[in-house]
Structure formats: C-alpha cells, structure tokens
Design a protein around this ligand. Sequence first.
Ligand code: SAM
Length: 471
Amino acid sequence: MKFHVLTLFPDMVLGALSASVVGRAIEKGLIGVEAVDIRGFTLEKHGRVDDYPYGGGAGMLMQAQPVYDAYRHVCGDRKLRTVYLTPQGKPFSQKMAEEFSKEEELVLLCGHYEGIDERVLEEVVTDFVSIGDYVLTGGELAAMVMIDAISRLVPGVLNNEESAEAESFHNDLLEYPQYTRPYLWHGKAVPQVLLSGNHRDVAAWRLARSEERTRDARPDLFKRYCKKKQAIEDLSRRKREHIHIMEALKRGKAELLFQDGANIMVYHRECGVILMTAQDPASGEEMLEALRKDLSKGKVPFKAAWYVVSQDFLALRLQETFQARPCGTFLQACYTRREPLPVRHKDIRRLSGEGPLFLAKWEEAWKRDGIGPTDLSKAGALYGAYLDGHLAGLIGQGKDGGMGFLYVEEGSRRQGVASSLEAYLINRQLDWGWTPYCQVPAGNVPALALQEKLGLYLSGGMLQWLRGVDS
Ligand code: SAM
C-alpha cells in the first residue's frame, strides 16, 4: 500500500514514520510513504503558498494552485482516494482504518494556517477525516495517526497476524487487562486464572473484563455490542444453519442491518456480502424493504452486494426484485467441539508469495465452479502443506471467515493431505476462540464426507449464494 502525503513539512512526516513497526514495514517494502512538498509547486517567486482570506478574519489560508498542482503531480489523470485531514471531517475510527487499508494508494492532504481554499478541496477530496474534537496546528500529525493505524492492518506489517484481530474496537469491545513478568510486582499478583493453562477459562475471564471495561468507559460501544450479542443468541438455536452469521458478528466483521428476533440481516464488511436469514416470508419482505433503504442511503455499497441466504423464499425474492443471480447451493459444516484435531502432515505453513502456479490451479477450479473470489490477492490467508519439501495442497480462510479453497494436487491425493490441512486450520481457529466452519457445494460428496470424518456437523438446510447486479 502506498501513501502520498501532501504537506508543507515533508521532513516531519518522513522522520516520524521511519521508526518502529511502520519504519520496518517501509524498509521491507510492505508500505510506501511519499511526502510531497506543496511549497515546491507554488508559482509565487518568494515561495509563498498562503494568502489572506476573502471577507476578512483571522489567519491565512493555503492557496488552491500549489495544492492542486501537488495533487496532480501525484495522481496525473488518475482519481485516487484523497483524504483531507480536518477537524470538520468524519471522526477517524478502527472501522475506517480497515476500509482504507483495502486501497492500494491513498492521498493524504495536510492543511496548515487556517486551512485550505475551499475550491481545491471540492475538486480533489473524496473523504474529510478528523482525528478528534480538537484543533491541531497542521494536518501532519493527523496524517501520521492514520498511516500508523492503517499500516498495521496491511498483511505482513505486524509480526503476529493475530494481534490485529484481538485488539480493542474489533468487536465493539475494549481490550482486557494484560500482564507480563514478574508474577509479583509492588505486592500485586497476576490474576490466577491466567496461570491456569485452561484456554477456555482464560478466554471467559478476558471476555468478562472486556465487557466490564467497555460498559464503564464506552457505553456507546457497549450498547452496540449488546445488540450483536443478542442477535448471536437468537441465531444460536439453529447454530449449524447460522454459524456464518454468528461468527461474522462474533469476530467483529459484520454490521447488523436488520434484527427482529431470529430474523437477521448483516453486512460483512470484509467481503462485501449480505447475510440473511428469515423465519417466514413476511419477515423476509420486511428485511428486503430495509435492504432497499440501506442501499439507497449508501449504507451498503450496491456494487459490492453478494447475498448469502438461508431460505428459498429469500433467494427467490432477491432474484425477482433485486435481479440477483443464483450461483451455488451449499451445506454448512461446523466444528462445535473445543478439542484440537490430530494433524498428520507436520509441514504446513502460511503461504505468502510461494506456489503461484499452485494458486493458479486453485483459481481455475473456482472459476470453473463459477463462484468465489477469482482475485487471489483478495483471498484471505492461505496455508500450504509440503510433502518432501514441495507444495502439495492448500487451504484458505476466506475473507468471510469460513474455511475453504481446499485443493490438493493430483499426485498427492489419497494420502490424507486434505484432512491434515483442514485439521490444521481448525486448530488454529480454535486457538483464536472461533468456531470453525465451511460451506461445501451441495453435490460435492468427497468434501462432505471429509467434514463428517473430521467431526464437523452438517446443517440440515441449504445456503444459497447469489450475485448482486453489479458484483
Ligand atoms: N480553521 C480550521 C477549522 O476551524 O476547521 C482549522 C485549521 S487547523 C488550525 C490547520 C490544519 O490542521 C487543518 O487544515 C487540518 O489539516 C489540520 N487539523 C487540525 N485539527 C485537526 C483534527 N482534529 N483532525 C485532522 N486534522 C486537523
């Protein structure tokens, strides 16, 4: 990901970002930061970039021309997403950081003095963002805050890929208290449960502390969290059918768009999919009406719309009234036990750039089936199994959080590689406190048999995937 910072103080930006995690990410080439000196573009012979505001008033304003030319220097004729840092913008949040981290390039425009001539803002800015309800002397610190928060979500920037998942704000909950050595400090001992070695007890303790902290410090977040918790509870009566919605909510990846008992519709931010379940056609109609409104208000981006529905009547109505196209029927399988599974093949690793040929085969298989992501750069994490040092198969964790994309090369089949890969991913997800699940095409008998063999429970009903008009 590349950041272009338009600023009057390029040294300030580059200096501060050269240290620590962000600095290392720049060195490794995972992110790039270019600081463009707006002053270098002024046509004024003394190098001035500011002037008095029309109509009077305190202070000076940055002029449109140098800002515009600096922007053009970066973008040429391209229309890049361009953020103006301003106290008048939308408050910056973790959710926004997640959204911006999906851009390949981002322009950050820093104001100074009393701000910037409005006319150039109208022409180049796509997003107005504030880092808080206070006024800074310039946008540079604000741009650095954004770069820091966004960069750590770019794959590979954090050494520990899980830490971004577990942190504050990921599920409308603040993080629990943490402790490190020594065990006793200033007469205070580390809570006993953390030494118990019992993952379940530790997770329960942490969740309770997170809930307490959020309730006391951030009642606004806590209210949202409670609504989601209620939705998860309502769905849990038919867990196998609804595990994909429950997990999306639990992992903090989805927004609740509609909730009326167990009639629930959520928008999965990570993969742009709308997940719906309704108990009867009348509730389904209400849900679709709510969706119509959300789409027209832009709460859900229309072109991103894929739908996953749990009932036939929803699928039918989406086809009739949203021109959605059906593209697959799946059974859902979930692993509800807490015990990890044995993994026979030990050499399984997270894949990054390796095995492109392999991934191409996988992509081909998915294209042939007409469903799923065909852009591999947008696939979630992929894990590969190596036999005698060569890549023999892989499994993926889709951006929707489900396990999938299981593929074993022709010559390495019937040796239990698929079982090992899936068991490996199940164990990994259990460590994160997730309930592993996958969606298997209804007619894929070997894949269904594999799920049963590994101890996953299959849903009674089918899930249907449909494509939105523009997706
Ligand atoms: N007159 C402006 C107003 O009232 O909106 C404030 C200008 S401020 C002194 C100068 C620059 O600092 C702004 O153009 C903006 O780029 C940056 N800035 C100040 N406070 C900010 C905040 N809370 N978030 C993001 N940027 C901020």
